[in-house]
Ligand binder design. Structure first.
Ligand SMILES: Cc1cc2nc3c(=O)[nH]c(=O)nc-3n(C[C@H](O)[C@H](O)[C@H](O)COP(=O)(O)O)c2cc1C
Length: 353
């Protein structure tokens, strides 16, 4: 029995966001103590075969933390000590935001899923930008920043709003992700229409944002995804992230919390997210980052073979605990060996025609 199996019932006895806050508090303390060193020894899998290069960044392994877990960039270095190969912090908005009223995060235990309607609560670009700039040299892995639109800003004013946020976080970030796919903020996902996206992305490009990626919703119909991917190519973006949470409720969900409003993440999202990785990888030449329902090495490997150079997870960390990155990285090495690949890079897109 590992330590998380002992702690998990206690955490799961608390409301989901309270548990999240408690874990964060513990991480912030641990980050400043020699415990971080002990965690590194326990969880970091150092193996050349796991190394991946994507959009000018060198990732020590392909397993990163998805946006939303460390919204305010407080624990990237501790997450690296848990063996993650990168951390995407945020979503960050220009102004601080308190988000939607609580409760706004719900476990679907029987489904190994979460529904959240956080509503982009965060400390705002000024604070997060300063924190990132001060902490950046500490994090031994690439740190991406998820950029989001402020709640009160209209679609017309969105490009300037994203630009403000980008300029505040530019110094401390290694790559930048345009989030136009959060389902929990009114009108937000409409920014995925071609004109709005083009305006936001080209404004950020002009501001010097690089590497620049866009994160898409799994709820976009295929023609809209195709439009978005065309834009990625036209504007010379550096990567695509597939996918954000879904407002869909796939058949077979058992937990009563499926009725809560918000974006669903975790196991039930995995097939759709992996399908979207494949769809994107077949259509763009830039790296695809795969996220949605990654809990095990097999899940990560499926996304890699479908075309993801890098994967991310959030919900898996909640259900599987702090050993998840190590377990996936060790498992990936076994799977690579089984299938005769020399490295993760070798396996990227192996299932594509
Ligand atoms: C509580 C919560 C908050 C999230 N916040 C953000 C966010 O601010 N920006 C974003 O792009 N994605 C956000 N996400 C989505 C995740 O980054 C990820 O795309 C999604 O959860 C699917 O991955 P998973 O199944 O591994 O959780 C959030 C997810 C959760 C569960």
């Amino acid at each position: 029995m590992n330590a998380y199996q002992l702690v998990k019932p206690l955490l799961f006895g608390l409301p989901a966001e309270t548990a999240h806050d408690a874990v964060h508090a513990g991480m912030r303390v641990a980050q400043r103590t020699p415990a971080a060193r002990a965690l590194r020894d326990r969880y970091v899998v150092d193996d050349d075969r796991l190394r991946v290069d994507a959009f000018g960044q060198r990732f020590p392994n392909p397993v990163g933390v998805a946006a939303g877990f460390d919204k305010n960039a407080r624990v990237p270095s501790l997450l690296a000590s848990l063996g993650f190969g990168h951390v995407e912090v945020g979503g960050v908005t220009a102004e601080p935001q308190s988000g939607n009223p609580r409760p706004r995060m719900f476990r679907l235990r029987e489904d190994e899923a979460i529904v959240n309607r956080m509503g982009l609560n965060n400390n705002g670009a000024d604070v997060v930008g300063e924190r990132l700039a001060a902490a950046a040299p500490d994090a031994p892995v690439p740190v991406g920043v998820n950029l989001a639109k402020s709640e009160h800003v209209s679609a017309d004013d969105a490009p300037a709003d994203y630009r403000y946020t980008y300029e505040r976080v530019a110094e401390g970030g290694d790559f930048f992700v345009v989030n136009v796919s959060c389902p929990n903020s009114e009108g937000f996902r409409e920014l995925q229409n071609r004109d709005s996206m083009a305006a936001i992305l080209s404004t950020l490009r002009d501001a010097g944002a690089s590497p620049l990626l866009v994160k898409l919703s799994p709820d976009l119909p295929d023609p809209a995804v195709e439009d978005a991917l065309d834009l990625v190519t036209e504007l010379g973006l550096d990567g695509v992230i597939a996918a954000n949470t879904t407002t869909d409720r796939p058949e077979g969900l058992r937990s009563h919390n499926r009725a809560e409003e918000g974006g669903l993440s975790g196991k039930p999202l995995e097939p759709r997210a992996t399908g979207m990785v494949r769809f994107a990888a077949e259509r763009v030449d830039v790296p695809v980052v795969g996220v949605g329902g990654v809990f095990t090495a097999e899940d990560a490997y499926r996304k890699i073979r479908a075309g993801a150079r890098v994967v991310q997870l959030y919900t898996g960390l909640v259900y599987r605990g702090p050993s998840i990155a190590r377990d996936i990285n060790e498992g990936l090495l076994d799977l690579l060996e089984r299938d005769g690949f020399d490295s993760v890079e070798d396996a990227v897109g192996a299932d594509l025609d």
